[in-house]
Design a protein around this ligand. Structure first.
Ligand SMILES: C[C@@]1(CC(=O)O)c2cc3[nH]c(cc4nc(cc5[nH]c(cc(n2)[C@H]1CCC(=O)O)[C@@](C)(CC(=O)O)[C@@H]5CCC(=O)O)C(CC(=O)O)=C4CCC(=O)O)c(CCC(=O)O)c3CC(=O)O
Ligand SMILES: NC(=O)C1=CN([C@@H]2O[C@H](COP(=O)(O)OP(=O)(O)OC[C@H]3O[C@@H](n4cnc5c(N)ncnc54)[C@H](O)[C@@H]3O)[C@@H](O)[C@H]2O)C=CC1
Length: 210
């Protein structure tokens, strides 16, 4: 298995099946900006709400190949193992297919994920124990709490200034290593000081005045 993070903004993603498990998979896709179509003869209340809100497109029918042959990513989540297997067999080799009823089918698994702004932590046991993946994710969530959201914004800003600044290669890598010191995790004042240190002298004066 080869872990990656995927940009699915405005990409066509098809969820096959309209039950609880399918619904649970839709949230992260929508948050990532995907264009989601659900194909299922029946859909749960959650999907009905999303459809009314115009967030998803629904095809109230049993799945056929034409419903997903142009999809970038497919999540197969019906309660029929046979239907799930058939969709996987009929999908093209270049499509991303997740089959939730069988960890041996499909070409990717969905990990247990924690998002803290620009920080994503994903845990996968590759089908051995999804419950353990969930527990490890929840344990990590206590260490990497909500404060990491703003901390990552600071680190991103600092890194952009460092990358675009006129520092030597050595200075750049030292500054990048310095930026992840604990002190900047805990103190806003120290973050401002660090950013001010990176800017040319006139800009630094403006920061301290303003
Ligand atoms: C292979 C995979 C699908 C894939 O390819 O993506 C898969 C497969 C299966 N899961 C099953 C059952 C359960 N899955 C969960 C929970 C989660 N399952 C997730 C992922 C994955 N599950 C992928 C592997 C990831 C990995 O191993 O790390 C998580 C991490 C992420 C997500 O789903 O978004 C999410 C945590 C969500 C969160 O909180 O974020 C729970 C616990 C619970 O819900 O509390 C149970 C009941 C307990 C149990 O059975 O263990 C069954 C049996 C179905 C049946 O009985 O019919 C299969 C089928 C099989 O085993 O083949
Ligand atoms: N990966 C995971 O996290 C987990 C996976 N599962 C698996 O997920 C499956 C689905 O679970 P639930 O959502 O709770 O089931 P559910 O019974 O609530 O929903 C099944 C859905 O599939 C739809 N469906 C049936 N035949 C179809 C077809 N030919 N074309 C399109 N849609 C069709 C039904 O209309 C229904 O909306 C379970 O059978 C189980 O194997 C279960 C627990 C966790």
């Amino acid at each position: 298995m080869y872990p990656i993070t995927l940009n699915i903004e405005n990409r066509k993603c098809v969820i096959i099946g309209g039950g609880k498990i399918a619904y649970f998979k839709a949230g992260p896709l929508l948050e990532a900006g995907a264009e989601v179509t659900v194909v299922s003869p029946e859909i749960c209340t959650g999907f009905q709400v999303l459809e009314k809100e115009g967030k998803i497109r629904v095809l109230l029918k049993e799945v056929e190949e034409t419903d997903y042959n142009d999809a970038f990513l497919i999540i197969v989540a019906t309660n029929s193992t046979e239907v799930n297997e058939r969709v996987y067999e009929n999908a093209s080799e270049s499509q991303l297919v997740n089959v939730i009823s069988n960890h041996e089918l499909g070409n990717f698994h969905i990990p247990a994920t924690l998002n803290r702004g620009m920080l994503s932590i994903s845990v996968s046991t590759n089908g051995a124990s999804p419950t353990l993946a969930k527990k490890i994710r929840n344990d990590l969530g206590k260490v990497y709490d909500e404060s990491y959201e703003e901390y990552l914004e600071f680190l991103f800003e600092a890194r952009m200034i460092i990358k675009n600044g006129s520092f030597s290669k050595e200075e750049k890598s030292k500054l990048l290593r310095d930026s992840i010191q604990d002190i900047y995790k805990y103190s806003l004042k120290e973050r401002y000081r660090f950013l001010a240190r990176l800017l040319p002298v006139e800009a630094e004066e403006n920061i301290s005045l303003g």
